[in-house]
Design a protein around this ligand. Sequence first.
Ligand code: NDP
Length: 237
Amino acid sequence: MAGLKGKSVLVLGGSRGIGAAIVRRFAADGATVAFTYSGSREAAERLAAETGTTAAATDSADRDAVIARVRDSGPLDVLVVNAGVAIVGDALELDADEVDRMIRINVHAPYHAAVEAARQMPQGGRIIVIGSNVGDHTGFPGIAAYTLTKAAVQGLVRGLARDFGPRGITVNAVQPGPVDTDMNPADGPLKDTLHGLMALRRHGRPEEIAGLVAWLAGPEAGFATGSMHTIDGGFNA
Ligand code: NDP
């Protein structure tokens, strides 16, 4: 997309899955892209070499590290917060520390990263957080804690859109449904259950999500803010 050429972009959580597709898409569109990773150093370094982007280790569970990474990135035209984990299962059995770590990664990090980015972001800046279609509709048991994190993303998007709108900065969420990644493989055990709930009976591809993120970052989306952009194969229809 011509409008992204030369833009400074930071993707939090870009080493694998949807985040890697976003990094590839922005790089192909001519942006200057940096991304973070935590556990997947080799994958991150391979992706950076392949795409001419910059990878930096930053654990999204560490609030101060996230804030420092965003601050040290300088003025960003686009911030994408993709890093996320899914702790799912019987609510009575889940490990409380694991649940709280998920809340730090999925909720605290996007909020603090967005606020920090806005300090230096120029007019026309874009903040995009990857939520989930479960933020609107849970659909089945075992995902209450994950769902609460993605519902919280909706709140931060609406609120920060109001805060930063007067400065010409937009804040949006992209809410994927099932997408074929390590987190939710298309041939995984949940495949038939998930596809049975969808209008399109297949997983999405990471590139399909990256396309919507690129549109939100581009010039045609200048009037979109405070909104949740669901792309879920009709899961929530
Ligand atoms: P993956 O598990 O395939 O990839 C997750 C990415 O997030 C990796 O790059 C990983 O990096 C990064 N990440 C995870 N934890 C941290 C951390 N503590 N610090 C820094 N980076 C981290 O997941 P997906 O690509 O599927 O998911 C991406 C986003 O999309 C998430 O927010 C997820 O909730 C959301 N989503 C996914 C759906 C799906 O069906 N796949 C559906 C709806 C929403 P590393 O390995 O280096 O730690």
